[in-house]
Design a binder for this molecule. Structure first.
Ligand code: 5AD
Ligand code: SF4
Length: 587
């Protein structure tokens, strides 16, 4: 029993990939998708629990749906992902509008639960049970009969994450790859879960213990993506450098090799390939194999790296593999040893910096056009953070020279050690001020990092039209509507890229162009005054292999065909957020 589905994703890249896999699975079963929640019979939220703010957004969406469902009792509402895992039954109690919940480790069960929910809903509607009586203001309320029947589905949500791993592998394996439906770029999961238990973090609680996918599955997925025309692959894991698969210990169920549990890392594993000669695929081995066996992937990246247990073997593979991007996302979280210890990160500031120095010694070769770029994450306002700790973090940002850094205000998450044991005692206004100060320092550093590209030619993967261009298109569209309403016809308006067809691919790529592309409206050569009716140049947003944003103009007629391609751009001006240039040729 298929319906029209609206699926909204919150949070990280792992969630984006989960949503893509779930979409593929539901599509194969005949479900259609709509970008408009109001048109949908099924509304699904794939949620994130890392910070409270992300959860609040979902609560407010659910509140809106509760109002809608009162007059539209056929609507089915599902909460997927980390909130479903973290909140469990409490979420359904607080929000009776929710019909089904599926934690991240059980997404493979979504089609069955959804089918069940739709059938139950249809039969209850047929015999009138969900209609109930009119409530206040004539609004219909659901009877508990409808709720109980559907809430029953949620009891299939298990909390045994590790046990569910096997089934989940099938979800990744079932990935539908179509040449017509990708943006040239794709995520591939290599590990799930996390064993680190940083004291502030819910991920080990919601995504469970670390498991590593069999290398053959990962390589096969990369091959299928490359065959479908994908040129950029980002390997995903919470701590990718911990990847390790022991072939001697591999287990098959029903002919399918199963993922393996991660292990505790010893300090002796730090800088060397401790498994050389053993029948083990390490992260370095996996990278090497993908690079060798899937040459169609022109850019291979990985996120996120943990600053410890990052061996020279991985750095050597990156150095020897031209299609592996010299880019690391390696969060430090704080510049204070005291806080790093309270966070249970397992390294000191000195050790973190030693790692960066080592990585740069191997990989930073700007004179050969192969710089290493590094991005970080920082948590500001962790319990007990003093001005001295904060100053230490500022100093760290000057020393790390990240190309960008995600700075998060500490958010106390129930279930974590920090929530249970440490008072969230840095006042909100202090967190906000420190957040601003760190952003300021990082902006200076980012501007300097960008400036190093001035006058150079870079290769850049074209993601879509820039955000400024999207705004222009939107304005032109509303103008077109206004013209149409006035009876003057729509033909007078030449829409830029949205008029030239690559369907889904184009829409998704434009979305991906995301945040930093916004820089163009602040720093770009063009002004918003020229927004609107134009068949002239279109500003495109692309990324260097080091993940720097590149903005350049393309002819309107060439723009759509460029998306998902690699081009060469000569950099003419730079800002903290982006490099601006002119196209110098195909990559
Ligand atoms: N509060 C604020 N930021 C957090 N992160 C993880 N947990 C929290 C939290 N409780 C940040 C870390 C991590 C990124 C994905 O989210 O910086 O690297
Ligand atoms: Fe969370 Fe730490 Fe694991 Fe990253 S390494 S997912 S911050 S517990």
């Amino acid at each position: 029993m298929a319906g029209k589905v609206y699926l909204e994703t919150f949070g990280c890249q792992m969630n984006e990939l989960d949503s893509e896999l779930v979409t593929g699975q539901l599509r194969a079963l005949g479900y259609r998708f709509t970008p408009d929640a109001h048109q949908a019979d099924v509304v699904l939220y794939n949620t994130c629990s890392v910070r409270e703010h992300a959860e609040q957004k979902v609560w407010s969406r659910l509140g809106e749906l509760a109002i809608r469902k009162a007059t539209d009792p056929g609507l089915v509402v599902g909460v997927l992902g980390c909130m479903a895992e973290r909140e469990g039954g409490a979420l359904m109690k607080r929000m009776p509008v929710v019909d089904l919940m599926v934690g991240p480790a059980e997404l493979d069960k979504l089609p069955a639960l959804l089918d069940n929910a739709l059938r139950t809903r249809a039969s209850l509607l047929a015999d009138g049970r969900v209609l109930g009586e009119a409530g206040e203001g004539g609004v219909r309320r659901l009877t508990s009969a409808g709720q109980v029947a559907l809430a029953g589905s949620s009891s299939r949500r298990s909390s045994t994450l590790a046990a569910a791993g096997d089934q989940l592998e099938m979800l990744d394996l079932s990935r539908a790859v179509s040449p017509d439906d990708h943006s040239g770029s794709a995520y591939v999961r290599i590990t799930r879960g996390c064993n680190k238990f940083c004291t502030y973090c819910v991920v080990p609680h919601t995504r469970g213990a670390e498991v590593h996918r069999p290398p053959e599955h990962i390589i096969d997925e990369c091959k299928r993506l490359a065959d479908a025309g994908v040129v950029e692959v980002t390997l995903l894991g919470q701590t990718v450098n911990h990847y390790r698969f022991e072939h001697g210990a591999q287990v098959s169920v029903g002919g399918v090799v199963q993922p393996q549990k991660g292990r505790v890392y010893k300090r002796t594993d730090e800088h060397t390939d401790a498994y050389a000669g053993q029948n083990v695929t390490t992260f370095a081995g996996l990278l090497r194999r993908i690079h060798e066996e899937v040459p169609g992937i022109l850019r291979l990246r990985f996120v996120t790296s943990y600053p410890r247990s990052f061996g020279n073997d991985v750095l050597e593979v990156i150095r020897a593999s031209p299609r592996v991007c010299r880019y690391l996302h390696v969060p430090a979280q704080s510049g204070s040893d005291r806080l790093l210890s309270m966070m249970n990160r397992g390294y000191s500031v000195g050790e973190y910096l030693e790692f960066l120095d080592r990585a740069r010694a191997f990989l930073h070769e700007p004179e050969l056009g192969r710089p290493l770029t590094v991005a970080g994450d920082i948590i500001v306002g962790f319990p007990s953070e003093t001005e001295a700790d904060h100053e230490a973090t500022k100093a760290l940002l000057l020393r790390t020279r990240y190309k960008n850094c995600f700075i998060f205000k500490y958010s106390s998450r129930p279930g974590t050690v920090a929530h249970e044991k440490l008072a969230d005692d840095v006042p909100e206004d202090v967190k906000r001020r420190r957040n601003g100060e760190l952003l300021e320092v990082q902006n200076l550093v980012s501007a300097e990092v960008s400036a190093e590209y001035l006058g150079r030619e870079v290769t850049a993967f074209v993601q879509g039209v820039s955000r400024r261009e999207q705004k222009k298109t939107k304005r032109a569209e509303s103008l077109a509507k206004a013209v149409a309403v006035n009876g003057a016809g729509i033909g007078a308006v030449a829409l830029t890229i949205s008029a030239s067809g690559r369907g889904d691919v184009r829409a998704r790529a434009a979305e991906v162009a995301g945040d930093g592309a916004d820089a163009c409206s602040v720093h770009g050569a063009h002004t918003e005054a020229d927004a609107g009716v134009s068949a002239g140049p279109v500003q495109m947003s692309a990324r260097t292999d080091g993940d720097l944003i590149v903005l350049f103009d393309a002819h309107a007629g060439d723009a759509a065909g460029m998306i998902g391609q690699i081009v060469r751009v000569r950099i003419e001006s730079t800002t903290a957020l982006a490099l601006h240039g002119a196209m110098a040729g195909q990559g």
